[in-house]
Design a protein around this ligand. Sequence first.
Ligand code: ZN
Length: 242
Amino acid sequence: MCLACVPRRHVLLGAVAAAAMAGTAGAAELVSPDLRLPLPTGVALTLDACGGETDWRILDTLVELQVPATIFATALWLDGNAAALRVLRAHPALFQVENHGARHLPPVLGTHPVYGLRPAGTLEAIRTEIEHGGAAVAAATGRAPRWYRGATALYSPAAFGIASSLGFTVAGFSVNGDMGASLPAARVAARVGGAPDGAVIISHVNQPHRDSGAGVVAGITALRRRGARFVRLDEAFPAPVG
Ligand SMILES: [Zn+2]
């Protein structure tokens, strides 16, 4: 396990977790790792592709402005978005594709929904979710991923060991740009555009019908205007995961 890659973990306890989990049992055991860049300058834009469609507002902007990004894609999304995958593959210097799981099942034990999603539920199902997600990225891109971000970015503690045993480091974040593609564009633009040096930003690239995507575009543009240096995770963390 590369400890430097997961410098801090927040254990969600008490009222915060209860609110986040809508009062589900076991919420106190879930973890969301924090991740920041070990670089004096730069920001990492990470975009989750959970399922569904492609937000071309974002993808086209990244290509047009030549902004590097790390895309966390599920097998589901890769299967259903061939045109977007072609764009990702056509720009290997811009896009690093990593593992967001096979079926977008939260890597969480038990049966209680996590943000409305059914969790993987068991150790074996978590392993399958991570392993098959990684295999799908490798098959789609020709490159084996080494980062994993689970659906909802909340984890049962046991998921970290499983991910590590499969060769993955869990990718946290430090700036939640769009709160699950739920925020209005202006708020997303402020959060993404205001990300400080060293930030790992999370947003979504699979919700083309939501307002939040326009905010991601505005935030990227603002960061560019500010002169921010965008880095992919493999540039920020070049050491192999052990
Ligand atoms: Zn997701």
